[in-house]
Design a protein around this ligand. Structure first.
Ligand code: MG
Length: 158
């Protein structure tokens, strides 16, 4: 069994969609970044790559590469799963925390969880997904950004 950890943060601001785990969430602000800035997918990809002893997502999908401008991060997640398969690994379970002051994410959690399970090829009960606020403290608490943390375990196919 291999374990990996991932973290990501993106800035919140006007003029962008707010996409978490592939789900577009209605909000007056969105996440800024080179890709679609899906922090959940990004933290998860880094955890998966880390568990397999591979390089970080910036190495595979550089934010200087126009190919990844506004990229669908859930599509990139599926490419990471393929990379792992080539290495002989598959996800065993994942656990994610989203740190977001607003909007309230509770109504969107089932859709996010379903997207993650589908991309990972895991049953819903192997996908942990939680959201918390930052208690109005710091940059997340002021609504300037959203962060995500991921822990994964991988199994070897061999
Ligand atoms: Mg990112």
């Amino acid at each position: 069994m291999l374990v990996g950890i991932g973290y990501d943060v993106h800035r919140l601001g006007p003029g962008r969609p707010f996409i978490l785990a592939g789900v577009q969430i209605p909000h007056e602000l969105g996440l800024h970044g080179h890709s679609d800035a899906d922090v959940v997918a990004h933290a998860l990809m880094d955890a998966l790559l880390g568990a397999a002893g591979l390089a970080d997502i910036g190495t595979y999908f550089p934010d200087t590469d126009p190919a990844y401008k506004d990229a669908d991060s859930m599509g990139l997640l599926k490419r990471v799963i393929e990379l792992l398969q080539q290495e002989g690994y598959r996800p065993n379970n994942v656990d994610l925390s989203i740190i977001c002051e607003r909007p309230k994410l509770a109504p969107h959690m089932p859709a996010m969880k379903a997207q993650l399970a589908e991309a990972l090829g895991l049953p819903l009960q192997r996908v942990g997904l939680k959201a918390t606020t930052n208690e109005a403290i710091g940059f997340i608490g002021r609504g300037e950004g959203v962060a995500a943390l991921a822990v994964v375990t991988l199994k070897g196919d061999a």
